[in-house]
Design a protein around this ligand. Structure first.
Ligand SMILES: Cc1cc2nc3c(=O)[nH]c(=O)nc-3n(C[C@H](O)[C@H](O)[C@H](O)COP(=O)(O)OP(=O)(O)OC[C@H]3O[C@@H](n4cnc5c(N)ncnc54)[C@H](O)[C@@H]3O)c2cc1C
Length: 300
């Protein structure tokens, strides 16, 4: 197996992401995505047993703010959403709901752990040459997939949606804290080392991987209000979610010997293991755990 990647660094979604293993806006996602998520969660457990460095932890999630759609979706499935109280930095109490099953991983450590000794080659070749050399080529190029899909004659739009994130030295928080409201999603989550990750924005700014001081200040102000004992700001970055015009990721054959695994938008960390498994099943002819047709491409 060869892995070819020019290296987007921290702008790759798989580096930049918060690492929450729970569907974002689940009520808006089709059943196929939930089936992929369910299988992924089984696989995340296996991966974490082999690679404890990825710090898979069941932190749960505490939702504050008004998100009746998400709560109704959970209620319809009998999923717990116990009323709880969150104490903010100024001591004031706010009502929220606790989702106990939610887990997190430390995203920047995942790809290196899974790659192990497999070298990553810079992208100095063409798709045509790769297809001539390999039995199967998989396009898994996140927000950067549009030109490759177009070259393959696939009419699926994929485009970057930037998200900015911050890291703080510490804070008294043991759960994912999420506030969903009309201004977007604010979140804070504890890392195993005691640091606190805060986000995020959802922006259509092309491939501008910078951060905007006013956005970072706004996110920090939110976090200082909500997370008691928040430490100093240590870092900030932005990365690209691979938005697509499909409601489900595109996973499957585009042509003989050419596959895609793209368009995971907000949920690509959650969905990564089952996506990889489905790709491998399709290449090796193994019986898949999910319905491949749910994710396959439209005819070119
Ligand atoms: C701020 C933020 C927070 C997020 N939080 C979460 C979360 O909590 N939970 C969750 O499940 N998801 C989250 N996501 C979404 C998730 O990060 C993405 O859906 C997922 O990482 C996409 O993975 P990917 O492998 O498709 O793309 P990426 O991880 O972006 O990887 C694409 C790779 O393709 C490479 N590449 C580009 N062009 C080429 C080429 N021509 N040839 C070869 N390689 C190429 C790039 O260098 C890059 O390394 C978040 C995303 C962001 C930005």
């Amino acid at each position: 197996m060869r892995v070819i990647d020019p290296g987007a660094g921290r702008a790759a979604g798989s580096w930049a992401a918060a690492g929450i293993l729970s569907p974002s806006h689940p009520e808006a996602l089709p059943g196929a995505v939930h089936a992929l998520a369910t299988r992924s969660l089984e696989l995340w457990e296996e991966i974490a047993r082999r690679h404890p460095r990825i710090e898979l932890r069941r932190t749960g999630l505490l939702l504050v703010g008004d998100d009746p759609g998400w709560l109704a979706w959970r209620a319809a499935r009998g999923m717990p959403a116990d009323p709880v109280t969150w104490i903010r930095a100024d001591g004031s109490a706010v009502a929220g709901r606790r989702f106990p099953e939610v887990q997190v991983v430390r995203t920047p450590r995942v790809a290196p752990a899974l790659l192990g000794d497999i070298p990553v080659e810079p992208a100095t070749t063409t798709l045509e040459r790769l297809r001539a050399e390999a039995d199967a080529v998989v396009i898994a190029t996140g927000a950067w997939s549009a030109p490759l899909l177009e070259a393959a004659g696939i009419a699926v739009t994929v485009a970057p949606r930037r998200g900015q994130m911050l890291l703080f030295a510490g804070g008294r928080i043991e759960t994912v804290l999420m506030e969903a409201g009309p201004g977007g999603v604010h979140l804070a989550l504890p890392r195993a080392d005691g640091r606190v990750v805060v986000g995020t924005t959802l922006e259509d700014v092309g491939f501008d991987a910078g951060t905007v001081p006013a956005d970072l200040d706004r996110l920090e102000a939110w976090a200082r209000e909500w997370v008691p004992g928040l430490g100093a700001r240590e870092d900030a970055w932005s990365g690209f979610r691979p938005w697509s015009d499909r409601a489900v990721p595109l996973i499957g054959h585009l042509a003989p010997g050419l596959l895609a695994a793209v368009g995971h938008f907000r949920n690509g960390i959650l969905l990564a293991p089952a996506t990889g498994e489905l790709v491998a099943d399709l290449i090796l002819g193994r019986p898949p755990h999910v319905i491949p047709g749910d994710f396959s491409s439209p005819p070119p």
